[in-house]
Design a protein around this ligand. Structure first.
Ligand SMILES: [Fe+2]
Ligand SMILES: [Fe+2]
Length: 227
């Protein structure tokens, strides 16, 4: 059992839904990474673990609808299925927690966020952290170019094996750099992710402290991209 039955119940409700997604970049592995990163940030910020976890679990439910029906704005699309999940939780959440969860999910993919809600900041940062490091490189390649350059099973099998992920990321970059169209398209993405770091678009100081190695990794890939 995870900490508290609310979290466990939420997991049981959402996991089968994420397993319907074809594109692995927003499937269950992403959700568990965002959850774990959110927990780390919540601990530093003194935020509630169960609320942080429920937010992470529900934040991309809209990706399922987006993929099936080709609709834009998955953050807004996540709101309805999240309400359906929250309505099934017992004991029922307070109205305040309900609002906190929906509020954080609704703004999680906005380019700019000028609000001051701590839970929204935790989710936004944790979500972006999953695009950092070697895992982040592999995710963003698949997301941007709609294909993997190494076997998908290898990536997923090694989700928690940093050394193996680095090898897979290096191999993928090596192959994609030989394809001019892929290279140009991916360069734009790499620039965008690097900008989050260089322009300090993460909200929390803790994110920079905890994940500086993953940020460094991205900046290095960018630096060496043209060689
Ligand atoms: Fe999202
Ligand atoms: Fe996400």
């Amino acid at each position: 059992m995870e900490n508290g039955s609310l979290l466990e119940k939420t997991k049981q409700l959402v996991k089968p839904q994420y397993n319907e997604i074809d594109n692995w970049t927003h499937g269950w592995p992403h959700i568990t990474n965002v959850r774990d990163t959110s927990f780390q940030l919540a601990k530093r910020k003194g935020a509630k673990k169960d609320i942080t976890g429920i937010i992470a679990y529900c934040h991309d439910l809209g990706r399922i609808i987006e993929e099936k029906e080709k609709l834009p704005d998955h953050a807004t699309l996540s709101v309805e299925p999240t309400i359906r999940v929250l309505d099934q939780l017992t004991p029922a959440l307070s109205q305040h927690d309900f609002g906190t969860i929906i509020g954080a999910i609704a703004v999680h993919s906005d380019f700019n966020y000028v609000g001051n809600k701590e839970y929204a900041k935790i989710l936004r940062d944790a979500d972006k952290v999953d695009s950092l490091g070697a895992w982040g490189i592999l995710r963003s390649i698949k997301f941007t170019l709609k294909k993997d350059f190494v076997p998908q099973e290898e990536i997923l099998k090694n989700q928690n094996n940093p050394k193996a992920l680095e090898e897979l990321a290096e191999k993928s970059i090596f192959i994609l750099k030989k394809q001019p169209k892929s290279k140009e398209k991916y360069r734009l993405n790499l620039n965008k992710i690097s900008e989050w770091i260089e322009k300090e678009l993460f909200h929390l100081k803790s994110t920079y402290n905890l994940f500086s190695d993953k940020m460094e990794y991205i900046l290095n890939v960018k630096k060496n991209f043209d060689f």
